[in-house]
Ligand binder design. Structure first.
Ligand SMILES: Cc1cc2nc3c(=O)[nH]c(=O)nc-3n(C[C@H](O)[C@H](O)[C@H](O)COP(=O)(O)O)c2cc1C
Length: 141
C-alpha cells in the first residue's frame, strides 16, 4: 500500500521516542480501501526530498484515546531535528505487526510503541523489505 500526501507533524511521541511522528489529514484516512485491516504496520517513509527511512504506522481509531475517526499516524525512525508541518510524507506500507490495543496507562502505550519500533527495525532489515526502499514510488514526482 502506497500513500502520499501533505501531512501534519506533532508532539507526544516525539518527546518520548526520538523520532518524527506525522498525522495525515483525515481525508487521506477516509480514502483508504475499506478492507484495510486496522492495526500497526511497518514500511518505508520519505519526507519531502529527504532520504527514505524506516517507519511504523498506526492505521486505526486509537482505542486509548477513543477517537471517532480513522487516523493514519506514521512514526518515522529518524531524528530530523525539525518539524514537518505541511511537508509531503510518502509511505510504503509493507507488513503488519499487530492489531490496535487499549491500555491502562500512557506509559504502557509508549512501551508497546517502543517494542513496535524494535520489531519494525528487525523486519525492515530483511531482504524482502529492503527491496521496497528503492521503489520508484519514492523517486517519481
Ligand atoms: C506505531 C504506533 C502504534 C500505536 N498503537 C496504538 C494502539 O495500539 N492503541 C492506541 O490506542 N493507539 C495507538 N497508537 C496511537 C497513539 O495513541 C498516539 O499516536 C500517541 O498517543 C501519540 O499521540 P499524540 O502525539 O497525538 O499526542 C499508535 C501509534 C503509533 C505511531
Amino acid at each position: 500500500m502506497l500513500i502520499s500526501s501533505p501531512e501534519v507533524a506533532e508532539s507526544l511521541l516525539k518527546q518520548n521516542v526520538n523520532a518524527c511522528k506525522a498525522n495525515y489529514p483525515r481525508d487521506v484516512a477516509k480514502s483508504l480501501p475499506e478492507d484495510v485491516k486496522p492495526g500497526v504496520y511497518y514500511g518505508w517513509a520519505k519526507v519531502d526530498t529527504e532520504a527514505v527511512h524506516k517507519m511504523v504506522v498506526n492505521i486505526g481509531w486509537c482505542p486509548f484515546y477513543q477517537n471517532k475517526e480513522l487516523s493514519i499516524e506514521t512514526h518515522v525512525m529518524h531524528d530530523f531535528g525539525r518539524d514537518f508541518y505541511g511537508a509531503t510524507l510518502k509511505i510504503c506500507v509493507i507488513g503488519y505487526l499487530r492489531p490496535e490495543k487499549n491500555f491502562t496507562s500512557i506509559e504502557k502505550l509508549i512501551e508497546t510503541i517502543k517494542q513496535d519500533i524494535e520489531n519494525a527495525h528487525a523486519a525492515l532489515d530483511l531482504p524482502e523489505s529492503i527491496m521496497f526502499k528503492d521503489d520508484s514510488f519514492f523517486t517519481d514526482q
